[in-house]
Design a protein around this ligand. Structure first.
Ligand code: F6P
Length: 328
């Protein structure tokens, strides 16, 4: 029989993403609704190791649903990667009478949670929070939708200046291993080309495509480049390559960077975070452990954590085709 849960802890870990606060709020309020105690852990696994905890009630999460970042702070903990670090974290949890842990983060954070569970049998539950949308077991991670809106807004603004000057812009967006942000925001922003890690376009095809754009009468162009793209050149080298190998292009580069991780979460992310928090807590109360909550075909579903951390979510091939057709 699993131990009855009377007190849960929640932490945010890894890169922050818009919607993390809404998820904290949902976890805390679902605990309050079911009359169990809730503790917020500061600085992710670092705070777990140090016992940096704060009792939270329904009122302590007021006014945060619309805030970017995470009120609990976040960290990438080196110490939690060691057995000694995890032992300290376990001791802190036991000392505070905590019966289960909700981890809001990405695959690195879930890997830590899974190892922790395997070593100490401590109940864990994951809520996927990362702008990259690279987790298996959910169509959307928390913050992805907000980041897309931020990127599209930036592309629209860059388009204004690109078309005024007849320029070609390379715009780098986040996505270390996957091209979800680049592909979706690229289509929505009307990009001429989108370079993503999953598909190596090759420099020749990029040049052909830009030549075709020019011949078809386009006076300005936008190329979206995911940071993890495999073309073999970074965005500044791409600019140099086009400068050296193509006539008549005035090229500029814009790296959007960490602005993509900030800002008030979209309506979609707030609702998603609220649903995920409820599902995470209620699943733990039902005795489930080692799962990640996710959105699958519009419903809240559980995926075993070890499946969620296996590989990366796949790019939608239909979107690739749509993008090709749209850039005609
Ligand atoms: O949140 C994920 C991510 O946005 C990646 O796309 C990016 O490579 C990384 O974070 C950068 O994070 P940091 O600057 O925190 O190391």
């Amino acid at each position: 029989m699993p131990k009855t849960i009377k007190k849960l802890a929640v932490l945010t870990s890894g890169g922050d993403s818009p919607g993390m606060n809404a998820a904290i709020r949902s976890v805390v309020r679902t605990c309050a609704y079911h009359k169990i105690e809730c503790v917020g852990v500061y600085r992710g696994y670092e705070g777990l190791i140090d016992g940096d905890f704060k009792e939270m009630d329904a009122r302590s999460v007021k006014g945060i649903i619309n805030k970017g970042g995470t009120i609990l702070k976040t960290a990438r903990s080196k110490e939690f990667r060691t057995k000694e670090g995890r032992q300290k974290a376990f001791d802190s949890l036991i000392k505070a009478n905590i019966d289960g842990l909700v981890v809001v983060g990405g695959d690195g954070s879930f890997t830590g949670a899974l190892i922790f569970n395997q070593e100490f049998g401590f109940p864990v539950m994951g809520i996927p929070g990362t702008i990259d949308n690279d987790i298996v077991g959910t169509s959307h991670t928390l913050g992805f939708d907000t980041a897309l809106n931020t990127v599209v807004d930036a592309i629209d603004k860059i388009r204004d200046t690109a078309s005024s000057h007849n320029r070609l812009f390379f715009i780098e967006v986040m996505g270390r291993d996957v091209g979800h942000i680049a592909l979706n925001a690229g289509i929505a922003g009307g990009a001429e080309e989108i370079l993503i890690p999953e598909e190596d376009l090759g420099l020749d095809r990029l040049v052909d495509s830009l030549n075709r754009s020019k011949k078809s009468g386009k006076t300005s162009s936008i190329v979206i480049v995911a940071e993890g793209d495999k073309i073999g050149k970074n965005i500044f080298q791409l600019k140099d390559y086009i400068d050296e190998n193509m006539e008549g292009y005035d090229v500029r580069v814009s790296v959007l960077g960490h602005m993509q991780r900030g800002g008030s979460p979209s309506c979609f992310d707030r609702v998603l975070a609220s649903r995920m928090g409820v599902k995470a807590v209620e699943s733990m109360l039902e005795g489930k452990t080692n799962y990640m909550v996710g959105l699958i075909s519009g419903k809240m579903e559980l995926t075993p954590l070890d499946n969620a951390i296996k590989g990366k979510s796949k790019i939608n091939l239909e979107l690739l085709r749509v993008s090709d057709i749209m850039s005609t």
